[in-house]
Design a protein around this ligand. Sequence first.
Ligand SMILES: Cc1cc2nc3c(=O)[nH]c(=O)nc-3n(C[C@H](O)[C@H](O)[C@H](O)COP(=O)(O)OP(=O)(O)OC[C@H]3O[C@@H](n4cnc5c(N)ncnc54)[C@H](O)[C@@H]3O)c2cc1C
Ligand code: SF4
Length: 480
Amino acid sequence: MTEKMLKFVRVNKETPIKRKVLERKKDFLEIYREFISEKAKEQSSRCSQCGVPFCQIHCPLHNNIPDWLKLTAEGRLEDAYLLSQSTNNMPEVCGRICPQDRLCEGNCVIEKSGHGTVTIGSIEKYITDTAWKKGWIKPIKVLKEINQSIGIIGAGPAGLACGEELRKLGYQITIYDRYDRPGGLLIYGIPNFKLEKFVVERRTKLLKDGGIKFIQNFEVGKDSTLKELKKKHDAILIATGVYKAREIQIPGNDLENIFPAMEFLTASNRKGLGDKVKNFDNGKLNVEGKNVIVIGGGDTAMDCVRTSVRQNAKSVKCLYRRDKENMPGSAREVKNAEDEDVEFIWLSVPNKFIGSNKKIEKVLANKIRLGDPDSTGRKKPEIVKNSDFEIKADIVIKALGFDPEEIPKLFNSPELSVSHWGTIKINLKTMETNIPGIFAAGDIVRGASLVVWAIRDGRDAADSIKKYLENKLNKKIKAA
Ligand SMILES: Cc1cc2nc3c(=O)[nH]c(=O)nc-3n(C[C@H](O)[C@H](O)[C@H](O)COP(=O)(O)OP(=O)(O)OC[C@H]3O[C@@H](n4cnc5c(N)ncnc54)[C@H](O)[C@@H]3O)c2cc1C
Ligand code: SF4
């Protein structure tokens, strides 16, 4: 084994080449080029094959990383793919957009010993992209159909992963979604330069070809209540994500040209998909030639600033109340934004939007100092007295995070239990809500989180739904 592996001492860490800034700023294509086969083999061979693989422990899907790295180093790519897909429904998506620095790669033992992590995400992407090219990825073939059906509300990663796992077992799956395309935030939230849309579309097509029924433009709460849907199916999964944008309560918030992040990103993603978007086509959501201010410091804010750069904004500034070290966003995305000439105004909060003729013209902001840690352990931002300053703005994009919608009210099911934050309460062992036969997964349970966690939840929910349906069937047989 040592011949093929443990080469981290001799072979340096390398990621796939990033496209040059000047080139990538002009389009919405992904910024990383592909690994060539020899490079993927070489980089995989750096793995130290730890007895206790911390990368695997810290991957929410507990992917069998050391084994698929070894298979890649040996050139056994089809086997590597089979192993990798056995724990992950979308390895090529996670390989592209997981914040690996906080998950698998951040806990790689050779990273900790100062040699630089194995570039796990890029290799995971390479393995699965190769599998697609070689035709190794095939639609589900059900061996025995089961006459029980599951209705899934939400075609994001949680709903898709749950649907796929249950369909493989032979259950009848219908996925309902209020949007016109499946994929959830993979389609309408995350921009192309992180995740090109064909990657998502070929996955959802595969699920359709495997017998999963998709009903788009169907909003639970408008087109049906939860109870009506429950009557049609033997079990239900709620995987609706979180979409209520957090607000900023300061004077001038009602001026024109101040938008929530999702409105801006959805418009941009729709344009990329070739749709007509009224508010983009009439110039409102198109930032070309404008001075843009994005408020927030998470991954959504990074997506907004980098989208603005690609739309050819005149200037792009990110206003964030903490400093770089305390930003919630992935360090990799902040670096990408800095490289693309986004200006960060750290330790600053807006206190007033100023404009004339109803339109925003300036943001009045204050400087911040970081005080003692609060209950979450993060340093509390405190406003510095007399520190007002102004920034010119033609458009402001608010990326302050998301809360759940009021699901019990929306679904006309006031009995559905939710937490203090409005996320759906579940039994953590079974993923079942307080209503028997109704399960929940993904962001609507966790609050805004990550794709990899949504997939994990979807898979866990599928396990529990299977057990629930088997029990239901057994009871029916006994009663007959
Ligand atoms: C801008 C942005 C960038 C992000 N970048 C990353 C990243 O780089 N890496 C990462 O890991 N994560 C990222 N995330 C987070 C990630 O996208 C989410 O954690 C993940 O998509 C959650 O999956 P989900 O299936 O729970 O919900 P979603 O993906 O939100 O899907 C929910 C689906 O439910 C549908 N739905 C909602 N209500 C109803 C209803 N009443 N009736 C019918 N359908 C309904 C919605 O239309 C949607 O399709 C990002 C999020 C945002 C907003
Ligand atoms: S799914 Fe994400 S955390 Fe897990 S190995 Fe892949 S990139 Fe790392």
